[in-house]
Design a protein around this ligand. Sequence first.
Ligand SMILES: C[S@@+](CC[C@H](N)C(=O)[O-])C[C@H]1O[C@@H](n2cnc3c(N)ncnc32)[C@H](O)[C@@H]1O
Length: 159
Amino acid sequence: MQWAGLIASGAAVLDVAAGGGRHSRFLAGRGHKVTAVDRDISAIAADPDIESIQADLEDGSPWPLAGRRFGAIVVTNYLHRPLFPRLIDSLEAGGVLLYETFMEGNERFGRPTNPDFLLKEGELLDVVRGRFAVTAYEARLISEPKMAMVQRIAARLSR
Ligand SMILES: C[S@@+](CC[C@H](N)C(=O)[O-])C[C@H]1O[C@@H](n2cnc3c(N)ncnc32)[C@H](O)[C@@H]1O
């Protein structure tokens, strides 16, 4: 919500691992054409304001959005490192990446504890380095909705 204003008016948005669709709905409400992808789209499939695509993003299937580009990509509380190049390739020049998920140190507070699902120190900065202009980056302890260690980035793909 804090960085939604970075997204160009009317731009198409991709919500990856959209889950219940909280970000998809929020961004559709701001006038964006939202595509949501998740292996479980039961919470969003009936929403006429969201294009929902059911896909397992980790089973080796082809990328379900091949050939499509978006003005913004949102990923929250989800990490599958092999997708990073796909996400960047799916952004239009000038497109915005909004990414937030758990990082190392979260083990102290609860799940996820598996290192596969925890960003390493500075990892989101490494993902965008050299290709994006970073508007905001945080790596810190949060207390709401629960105690957790998270990284957050808002960055724009250079033209
Ligand atoms: C913790 S939820 C986050 C949902 C949403 N981004 C949010 O923050 O409210 C993680 C989501 O990742 C999805 N997910 C997990 N593994 C997946 C996979 N292999 N392919 C596609 N989606 C997956 C789950 O179905 C779930 O909706």
